[in-house]
Design a protein around this ligand. Structure first.
Ligand code: ADP
Length: 205
């Protein structure tokens, strides 16, 4: 039995950045892990779904189910998905069992200022309906296992916070207890390129 590490938070709150960082570090420590990025899942797995409450719930539950399958078979599932509704997160927690929720806490004003993908500007212009934080709710986690304040911490600080929390819970070994492998961002990049060549959306690191 393994576990699922779910990064939830507004768009631009740091989910992708931190999930990729943690995922690579786990791989480097020789831990079997998979990264499930909400955007990539939508493109490859949930193409037919939009952003109504029902569709969002289906998407988040699908990610939860895949995470359950992975975790049950000894693979850490690292998820980056907004998962805006508390009820659906709760259902996933029940299904998966070993579920660690990381709340990427960041005021809307900061996430909007970052506007990593230019989506907030489009949402404000009315081009994207039901945009989380603007025209659709984000229900903040009330009891997440971990909170990272990404408006006040550096990426490194937040990453260390997450890894330390996993170490302290004996979910992963300490770095100096591992045979550090040389799995790198480049390896991951090539793996994703191969997927792209087969017609899957690529998750560029
Ligand atoms: P999301 O996946 O939640 O939409 P991203 O990870 O794509 O968010 O973007 C977050 C942005 O915030 C990145 O540009 C990242 O460099 C920046 N950032 C600044 N501080 C942090 C932090 N402590 N943790 C994560 N991201 C941070």
């Amino acid at each position: 039995m393994s576990f699922t590490l779910w990064f939830t938070g507004l768009s631009g709150s740091g989910k992708t950045t931190l999930s990729r960082g943690v995922y690579l570090e786990l791989k480097c420590r020789g831990i079997k892990a998979e990264l499930l990025d909400g955007d990539i899942i939508r493109t490859n797995f949930s193409q037919e779904l939009g952003f109504t409450r029902r569709d969002r719930d289906i998407n988040v539950r699908r990610i939860g189910f895949v995470s359950y399958l992975l975790s049950k078979n000894g693979i850490v599932s690292v998820v980056a998905a907004i998962a805006p509704y508390a009820k659906t997160r709760r259902q996933n927690r029940q299904l998966i069992g070993d579920y660690i929720e990381v709340f990427c806490k960041c005021p809307l004003s900061v996430a909007e200022k970052r506007d990593v993908k230019g989506l907030y500007a489009r949402a404000r212009a009315g081009e994207i309906p039901s945009f989380t934080g603007i025209s659709d709710p984000y229900e903040e986690p009330q009891a997440p296992e971990l909170v990272v304040n990404t408006d006040r911490e550096t990426v490194e600080e937040s990453l260390m916070k997450v890894l330390s929390a996993l170490e302290d819970r004996d979910l992963i070994p300490y770095r100096d207890q591992c045979n550090i492998c040389n799995y790198t961002e480049e390896d991951e990049f090539h793996r994703r390129q191969n997927l792209a060549a087969l017609g899957f959306a690529r998750n560029v690191l």
